[in-house]
Design a protein around this ligand. Structure first.
Ligand SMILES: [Zn+2]
Length: 230
């Protein structure tokens, strides 16, 4: 966390807007005091929001010309779910995440996190519980759920297919040159190692990994440049 982020908090920052070759669109918002990447995937006017860690109302306003129908959290940490309630209220969307993180998130969201940072709203109970092999559909795009325990017990990644082929939401499981910390409550280094190896065998190398914090990367770049996949 940089001092600048600390001082000013993280304003809703429309960092990037990427038009995909398929006509779909990806928008990236920076939210939460620790600069979480919140993603909006838009296909045929329908919008899926991934990891609204804060500023749910502002995210809804920024996406007002789309139909936000679904919200997915890659895991239950405060900086990925604290904007869910406000976003659902503003849009009427449904909320989905994996069962493994629900109880913890319901218990901890709305309270100060492991950095001592306070987040506003507690997380509502999901409308849909996601498990390995489930598919999240938005417009022409499809995202298949893969379990990714390690950073948290109920972490998932969402691998795109159809019009979202080549994109994968990886939450805090994979970062550019690194991976999510395993020393927080529920973290498991051995599970993370197994998850990283498994994902490297599932996700095509050219796939753009959309990380929960920091820069994008690709599966091939991670396998080639870091020792975690040896
Ligand atoms: Zn996390």
């Amino acid at each position: 966390m940089s001092n600048a982020a600390n001082e000013e908090g993280c304003k809703l920052l429309h960092e990037r807007r990427i038009l995909l070759g398929t006509g779909d669109e990806l928008r990236i918002f920076c939210v939460s005091p620790i600069r979480t990447n919140c993603y909006a995937y838009i296909s045929k006017g329908e919008c899926l929001v991934v990891d609204p860690g804060d500023k749910g109302k502002e995210i809804a306003e920024a996406l007002a010309e789309t139909r936000v129908t679904q919200v997915v959290a890659t895991h239950g940490h405060n900086d990925h779910v604290s904007g869910v309630a406000a976003l659902l209220k503003a849009t009427g969307a449904t909320f989905a995440m994996a069962k493994g993180d629900v109880a913890w998130a319901r218990d901890h969201s709305g309270r100060p996190d492991h950095f001592g940072l306070a987040y506003g709203s507690s997380m509502p109970y999901p409308d849909r519980l996601l498990a390995e092999g489930d598919v999240v559909a938005v417009g022409d795009a499809r995202f298949t759920v893969y379990a990714a325990p390690g950073h948290t017990p109920g972490g998932i990644v969402l691998l795109g297919s159809a019009s979202a082929s080549g994109y994968c939401f990886v939450g805090d499981t994979i970062f550019r040159g690194s991976y999510g910390r395993c020393d927080l409550e529920g973290g498991d280094e051995a599970a993370m190692s197994a998850t990283l190896h498994r994902l490297a065998s599932i996700i095509p190398g050219s796939t753009l990994l959309l990380c929960g914090h920091g820069q994008f990367t690709t599966m091939a770049a991670e396998v080639a440049s870091t020792p975690f996949y040896d």
